[in-house]
Ligand binder design. Structure first.
Ligand SMILES: [Zn+2]
Length: 151
């Protein structure tokens, strides 16, 4: 079930994306409860993710699984795992910078081109192929790419 992929970014699983918070099984009834946190409020992909989770659990004998949505602690791009970041980069989606507590966040965050690695990039549009992404372009290789918005 953790292998359910994000419907908007199909290369990354909900576990790697960090929206899968908990999976619990009631020992008495065998009922499974899955807890997820949306990447942002109103993300249309969440309905698809819920349905995919239920389908995956039904396939292994849990047709009555419940999918709970919690909004706290809020999801941020820090929840994306290292493996998830590597997969985003391999798919040509610039991973967001990690902004863990205690690290200095530079005033200007360079977005590196996921294709050639150049730092000379510019945002073309705040809106990419989905609401979670912005459209960027590399000035070195001239290729456009999606950048997952840092939240
Ligand atoms: Zn480039």
């Amino acid at each position: 079930m953790a292998a359910v992929v994000d419907p908007e970014i199909r290369v990354i699983t909900i576990d790697e994306l960090g929206i899968l918070r908990a999976v619990e099984e009631d020992r008495a009834t065998g009922r499974v409860t899955v807890t997820i946190t949306p990447t942002y409020t109103g993300c249309p992909a969440m309905d698809v993710i819920r349905a995919d989770i239920r389908r995956a659990l039904a396939a292994i004998g849990h047709p009555d699984a419940e999918v709970r949505t919690v909004y706290s602690p809020a999801w941020s791009t820090d929840w994306i795992s290292a493996a998830g970041r590597a997969k985003l980069a391999a798919a040509g989606i610039a991973p967001p910078p990690a902004t863990r507590a205690g690290t200095v966040v530079p005033l200007t965050l360079a977005v590196r081109c996921p294709r050639c690695g150049a730092a000379e990039t510019e945002q073309v549009s705040r809106f990419g192929s989905t609401a979670c992404k912005a459209l960027w372009r590399c000035r070195a290789c001239r290729e456009p790419f999606d950048h997952l918005k840092a939240l």
